[in-house]
Design a protein around this ligand. Structure first.
Ligand code: FAD
Length: 148
């Protein structure tokens, strides 16, 4: 029997105080924990950070995704967590990534293209579809440029 894949897409606001360097160091820690925990829990996905906001896609078995998200939601390093989509999906979109990250250069404000320019990261105007497709495109582009 195959396990049904669930996906959650959410948006949140950064609550890490300090300089860009401090924030970058904290995000490195988040990614380290994420990759270790998600690999064990069979969770995959992608995280992006830009303009003081996070957006993340988590996918995997329902109980693993729920447990992971409950932990993330309690994390004081971000707030105003807004779930944009949650449900069963036919397959994983980020199967190769325990937690891919987009936003390495915190100064690169244009990174999110459609999201930041069209919505100005206005949470009320964000859609799960835009976040999901943008993240997927950026992750695939990064993978191609790393290989090529
Ligand atoms: P550890 O990895 O052992 O903690 C490592 C270090 O991180 C600690 O020494 C501590 O300094 C610091 N730390 C841990 N928790 C906190 C905290 N709540 N506040 C401040 N510092 C802390 N976790 C995942 O497992 N998977 C994810 O995909 C994931 N995505 C995240 C996305 C965002 C936007 C944020 C803010 C957090 C995310 N996290 C994720 C982290 C999650 O919230 C927990 O901190 C983490 O899962 C705890 O893992 P651990 O028990 O192995 O702690």
């Amino acid at each position: 029997m195959t396990t049904e894949i669930h996906r959650i897409v959410y948006f949140s606001r950064n609550a890490i105080p300090g300089s860009e360097e401090t924030i970058a160091a904290e995000i490195r820690q988040i990614l380290e924990s994420s990759r270790r925990n998600n690999t064990k829990a069979d969770v995959t996905g992608a995280l992006m950070f830009n303009a003081g906001c996070f957006a993340q896609v988590l996918e995997g078995p329902q109980s693993a995704v729920t447990r992971t998200f409950e932990r993330i939601q309690r994390d004081p390093r971000h707030g105003e967590v807004l779930v944009l989509d949650y449900g069963a999906k036919s397959e994983r979109a980020f199967a190769n990534w325990s937690m891919s990250f987009v936003g390495r250069d915190l100064r690169e404000k244009d990174l999110f293209g459609a999201i930041s320019s069209e919505t100005g990261f206005d949470a009320s105007r964000l859609s799960a579809e835009v976040i999901f497709t943008t993240l997927h495109r950026l992750v695939v582009e990064e993978e191609k440029s790393a290989v090529g």
